[in-house]
Design a protein around this ligand. Structure first.
Ligand code: CAA
Ligand code: FAD
Length: 382
């Protein structure tokens, strides 16, 4: 597991080359202006980064989760708006549809999503249902051959650009979470309204929107799985998604370390490069050690998923660890840069702002601890 194959190394190299040559040049301006990376997303699609794990017969790259993680890590060293767009499309939308969708649903939507012709969004969170995800207020009333969808989702990544939403909604409130369903909803349908773009601390050029659904008619064949499967679907998809966000956090931390190492060798103070001051060198040692620990956890969670093992706790642990390492060490990378770290030109302040979201979305760090502690108490772990 710890030796990457030639194919995996080639994916990592291709992603690195793309990130450094195509994403880095305009990333500061896009972040400042909250400009959606339209051209960059088109290139990601062209290079196959939007449907990496989808089987080739469904229009994807047929790669393993570890290859996907390696690409996420390299892209996240530079542009986390691009990497979250990529993560949602790959691991929440494409993976969920390929694993749980019907043959007809896949034929209709999957290759469009995997090739990036369409971008997908995953709509679970609501104004009053974030961590407490079973408290869904969005309703999907069963009308026989179709459902009628009403409600509001917020914080939806790819909200302004997606053509297909996976929407989680309550059909039978008396059954609580066992009454929840998941639906494939085309954004061109009557009653789907996209709200304004959020002005965020980090990942500023990704498009995060509130979405309103008013009397949207959803054909019955667009429900994913059996009646009442929607909450379990969301949980299983999120277990996979958390590996992608863990890889994003890992990339943020590793990117900050690369910048800090280069800067510390160039910047001189008291007659020598600051890397020669032990206080700085030890910071670099701590960063490298923590990043390596996070990397092993992220790669292992990906490997467990590829082996068909239960990876719920492993993905939660990887996300918890990698996001904490990203937050802690991007702050250190800014410190190593001194005043230069505080301005946009040196990239580390953006990575520090981007790091924070990895402790919040796809389940806060507290939610990851709920998942992990249940695994520990159930005897699944150790
Ligand atoms: N796989 C399958 N089923 C699962 C499961 C899993 N991993 N986890 C839970 N379930 C099932 C349980 O078995 C239970 O079903 P039964 O009663 O039939 O057995 C049902 O789901 C309810 O589970 P819980 O009792 O554990 O539910 P809970 O109310 O205690 O909540 C929680 C658990 C882990 C906190 C969950 O609500 C959660 O994950 N919350 C966070 C939501 C989240 O991550 N949102 C992210 C939105 S997407 C996003 O953020 C994208 C982005 O930014 C880019
Ligand atoms: P709350 O659930 O209200 O939590 C507030 C605080 O209370 C947190 O610290 C939390 O950890 C803590 N807390 C809550 N319950 C407990 C508990 N039981 N024990 C201990 N602590 C607890 N959602 C989507 O569905 N799709 C998306 O594409 C998407 N993209 C997003 C992009 C961005 C930029 C952001 C900011 C959010 C996105 N989200 C998305 C929503 C995200 O998943 C939620 O914000 C997150 O799950 C937390 O929910 P909340 O914001 O309602 O916080």
């Amino acid at each position: 597991m710890f030796v990457l194959t030639e194919e995996q190394l080639a994916v990592k190299e291709a992603a690195r080359e793309f990130a450094q040559s195509e994403l880095k040049p305009g990333v500061i301006a896009r972040d400042s202006k909250m400009e959606y990376p339209k051209e960059q997303v088109r290139k990601m699609a062209e290079l196959g980064f939007l449907g990496m794990m989808v089987k080739p017969e469904n229009g994807g790259g047929g790669m393993d989760t570890l290859s996907y993680v390696l690409a996420m890590e390299e892209i996240s060293k530079v542009d986390n708006s691009c990497s979250v767009i990529m993560s949602v499309n790959n691991s929440l939308v494409c993976w969920g549809l390929e694993k749980f969708g019907t043959a007809d649903q896949k034929a209709k939507y999957l290759s469009k999503l995997a090739t990036g012709e369409w971008i997908g969004a995953f709509c679970l969170s609501e104004p009053e249902a974030g961590s407490d995800a079973t408290s869904q207020r969005t309703t999907a009333v069963d009308m026989g051959d179709h459902y009628v969808l009403n409600g509001t989702k917020n914080w939806i990544t790819n909200g302004g650009t997606s053509k297909l939403h996976i929407v989680i909604a309550q059909t039978n409130p008396e059954k609580k979470h066992r009454g929840i369903n998941a639906f494939l909803v085309e954004t061109s349908w009557d009653g789907v309204v996209i709200g304004g773009k959020e002005d965020k601390l980090g990942i500023r050029s990704s498009d995060t929107h509130t979405i309103m659904y008013t009397d949207v008619k959803v054909p019955k064949e667009n429900r994913i799985g059996e009646d009442g499967f929607g909450f379990k679907f969301a949980m299983q998809v999120l277990s996979g998604g958390r590996i992608g966000i863990a890889a994003q956090a890992l990339g943020i931390a590793a990117g900050a370390l690369e910048l800090a190492v280069a800067y510390s060798k160039e910047r001189e103070a008291f007659g020598k490069p600051i890397s020669q001051h032990q206080a700085i060198a030890f910071k670099l040692a701590d960063m490298a050690t923590d990043i390596e620990a996070a990397r092993l956890m992220v790669y292992r969670a990906a490997w467990m998923k590829d082996q068909g093992l239960n990876f719920d706790s492993a993905s939660a642990m990887a996300k918890l660890m990698a996001s904490s390492v990203a937050m802690k060490h991007t702050v250190e990378a800014v410190q190593i840069h001194g005043g230069y770290g505080f301005v946009k030109e040196y990239h580390v302040e953006r990575l520090m702002r981007d790091a924070k979201i990895t402790q919040i979305y796809e389940g806060t760090s507290e939610v990851q601890k709920i998942v992990i502690s249940r695994g520990v108490l159930n005897g699944e772990l150790y």
